[in-house]
Design a protein around this ligand. Sequence first.
Ligand SMILES: Nc1ncnc2c1ncn2[C@@H]1O[C@H](COP(=O)(O)OP(=O)(O)OP(=O)(O)O)[C@@H](O)[C@H]1O
Length: 639
Amino acid sequence: MLAKQVRHINDVLNYVYGTEPLRLSGVDTCIAESWRRCVHRHGLNPEEMKEALILPDSRLREHQEAIGDFTDIARYGLQALWKQIRDMGYVVLVADADGVVVDSLSSDSGRLAWKQAGLYLGALWHERQNGTSAVGMVLETGEPAVVHRNDHFDATHIGLSCTAAPVFDSQNRLRAVLDVSALTPVAAKQSQYWVLQLVKHFAALIETAAFIRNHKQDWLIRLGHAAEFLDVTPEYLLAVNDEGNITGANHAFHQWFARHAGKSGQTLIGNGFERLFGQSLPELCGIQNRRPTLCFDGLTLFVGITPPPRKPAAPSRNSTPLPPELAKLCSPDSRFNQTLQRVAGLADTQVPVLINGETGSGKELLARAIHLSGNRADKPFIAVNCAAIPENLIESELYGYAPGSFSGADRKGKTGLIQAADGGTLFLDEIGDMPLYLQSRLLRVLSEREVMPVGSIHAVKVDIRIIAATHHDLQANIAAGKFREDLYYRLNGLNVVLPSLRERDDFDYALQTVLRHVARNNGLTPKPVSAEAMNVMRRHRWPGNIRQLANALEVALHSAKGAQIQPEDLPDYLYAQNRPSENPSALTEQTQNSKAILQDPPSLQNALQAAGGCVSRLARDLGVSRMTVYRYLKKSCPR
Ligand SMILES: Nc1ncnc2c1ncn2[C@@H]1O[C@H](COP(=O)(O)OP(=O)(O)OP(=O)(O)O)[C@@H](O)[C@H]1O
């Protein structure tokens, strides 16, 4: 035992038993309370030093499975936080409500040292196990904590500096703890207070992202004391179901409610929104020209409301016929047709539509069909690929510029794409790739409905309908600080998710439609597809979706000499992978790779580590089920 550890043990004993209280008068009250809890409640003895306990892999997996997709949601926030502090020698950890580290990000160098210190996957940081630690204190108190060097109860950990903040779920249960720790901390505790602000900020972002994800079928209510900040960083979040009952609230609102309603003994979850606040959501939605407000206990809060995506209506025999452009996209998939019905119902309105889907899944085709189905059909449809315009040109391309506003500019000035869409539709493709500073400008255009060309002092009014599309998960981008939440709410009037080709249960129908389409565009006769060729295509994963399928069918139509399209008429990448003589099990390249990883224990362990120790994520990466991953893990580690 080191001399400084002996000194620390004496200090803790003296402090807890009160023989030398003055000597450590610098100890924070919350740390002192934790030390007392360690001794009196948890029965810990500072003389019995214990290294951090690391759970075996099987137990760790149980904790990771129990926390479900929370770690997936949290990961974007974790990575964004990690990027900011990785060069300063910190490790970032997420612990579950039992104090078990279920996800972590650290530099590769010094992994052994992180593990020995317990700053590692599977480590258990609960006060009753390890004494005072940042994770342990957050779990005990529900409050953020900085536990710096000698603040730790157990002298084993006095080399560490740890800062942690809680993440609550919408029922106000402590779901996880976000922690940032260093092995070789700088001397002063005060230096950790900026880390504390960072950790609190990211914990709040993760909490909001998880809230939005878990309540995507509910009405989302944002509340705050300042109207201007409501869309940027809402102080409070509420979720309300279609029956008007409150189904969730963020931690800040639970606390606010307890302060203001505690005396009347009212409950929050399950209570009727209208009963509690005296106004219904449809009433609040109907308020025009000003921010709606709510009064509660004599206080006024500004309100922002996002309705849930409308649930698919029950199939109805007398659903209205679709406009021809949308009808062209119809398929045997009834869910998709209901989506088209909803889109058709909004074709004549200015309600913004946000289309999500992988590349080539038909986002632009759908956007054009919406435009052509509405009362703007004879006005321009301007498509802007936000990812394709060089950053230095995007501003002048979108907003235009005044005559002579910069060197190299056209003397007469230039009309921007937004103005060019006046009266019609502006299609913002790849909106998730738009740089943050342009997002703020776009937000102003959408709020004010006017553009200010570069170098001009006069704003120009525009009348546009916005349709945006992206392959990104924008909520994850919001959590990672890459996309503005207020812009997201502006764009997301109606959300349409286009399934990838491999997820569609109407693949055969889609193939026939695309085949006819390709034949018509190339002046060819659509040939039938043989059963073998059909099987080859059904098995492929189609990362490029309909665009890739269309290209493959174009190749096949040009190559087919017989009456039918055969496997050998398909592009090489499809045919080669499925040639029966060379590849009897007809595995795709991806499944072969996955199999190689699964069957080689070191590769499997590496892949698991790369997936942050999360079996679900690894299973997704390998394109196999979770059970398959477990089976191989068990084989590779039979104990
Ligand atoms: N339902 C369909 N029927 C026939 N062809 C289709 C269909 N959907 C998409 N396509 C074709 O697939 C190609 C890709 O479609 P589109 O450009 O709309 O996809 P996208 O999702 O916008 O792609 P990206 O994200 O890469 O811009 C186009 O050539 C389009 O004509």
